[in-house]
Design a binder for this molecule. Sequence first.
Ligand code: ZN
Length: 234
Amino acid sequence: MSRRFLSPLEGMCVAGLAGLLGTLAGLLVGGPVGALAGGIVAGVHGAIAGWRGVYDWRHPRGWFALVADSTWGLVGTALGTLLIVANIAMPSANLESELTCRRNRHLHNGGFSIRRGFAFTLGSAISNADPNGYGLNDEFLSRHEELHVWQNRIFGPLFQLTYVLWALAGVVVAALVWLRHRDVPLRKLIETACYYNNPFEYWAYRNDGNWPPRGAHPLLAWSGPESDRTGAQL
Ligand SMILES: [Zn+2]
């Protein structure tokens, strides 16, 4: 049967299953209000993911992805669903069906990003996947951006919490270093401390064989062996 007929069916089934998981997870954390919120977020994301054929049912990790996206990773899923909805409304965002179907991720070529020239990942959704117009680099996308998708599934809300706390601490560290190195642009130090040195980013850049990245300032970038290959600067 073609995907044209299977997609709505899969969308409904995944929405139901994800919605149930989200309701239970939300109930545990936030009572009836949590159950409602969790059920809606997981159900809406599940409907879109099912329709797009995102999950790879032939492998355990596809099932793990569904369960994690609908429970422990729900904060990321809520953010990712907002990104998906924004991208559906943006004419520049094309869903790359071949790189999405059974790949446990939503891959948008173009679409929303918080920074020019950078891909952007929230929850299970990758946006602006070809930021420089050089064509999609699936190796980079799988090694860096998709790793963020799995980091959210494994670390759940601790993933988002780390980004927030790391950014706050990073501003302080960057400001203290800048006081002793006034010739260095403060913006570069903040970007290195807050973003590049974030353990989840460091992990992703290293996983892509791209450490230290070109944008990271050597005064603050984590030391360690340089990668032998220059990966995408994202
Ligand atoms: Zn990253």
